[in-house]
Ligand binder design. Sequence first.
Ligand code: SF4
Length: 230
Amino acid sequence: MEPRREQDFARLVAQVQACRHCPAMEGRRRVLSAANGSPAATVMFIAEAPGRRGGEITGVPLTRDASGRRFTRLLALSGLERDTVCITNTVLCNPQRADGANRRPTTAEQSNCAGWLSAQMRLVNPPVVATLGATALKALARIESHRIQLREAVAQPQRWAGRLLVPLYHPSPRAGLSRAYDQQEEDFRRLGAIIRDHHPGRIRVAGRAYLPQQPPAATLVVPSCTNEGP
Ligand code: SF4
């Protein structure tokens, strides 16, 4: 990684660690560090928030808890390796209910953290963004508006902000009510195929750079998203 990007990332991490925008997040870990992955990644995954049994404990998004274990299995199906991608969240702290259970981040918390997500996007500048769940997909509209709906666009490449956006469902068991796990497995395989078609040589399979044996699929249609507000 270029030293300049490394320095900028370290500065961003320091700013986030000092963030006190959300009163309910006092005492919670700010889950952004070198452990989120490569700041020069081709693919940035964006989930909803760190989990109380996952990122809040480990400091690494999508690890340790049920969502993390499922994500690790799904990521393997895509052919991507964790150390070559960047993983972050719509909000960087773990939102909890009064009883300590995870909760969805409030609209205010999502707005508060949108600037940090935008800063990560500018710094990493990934050609491919994969959102995990509706909250993450909506969060992108705060950076550059779009009208993409998860249900209609799941695993279909979209153009957004000069990047390729692949909307996916969140790997949490709860999301299984909307998207069966075997469908999610297919979605992640498709994500791998999309990246191999659009960015050959930029992902590794079993530790080696992947180079396609076939020319990119000519049938892959990437619709343009509108720039109207959601
Ligand atoms: S969720 Fe984001 S904006 Fe809110 S305190 Fe944590 S880092 Fe700051």
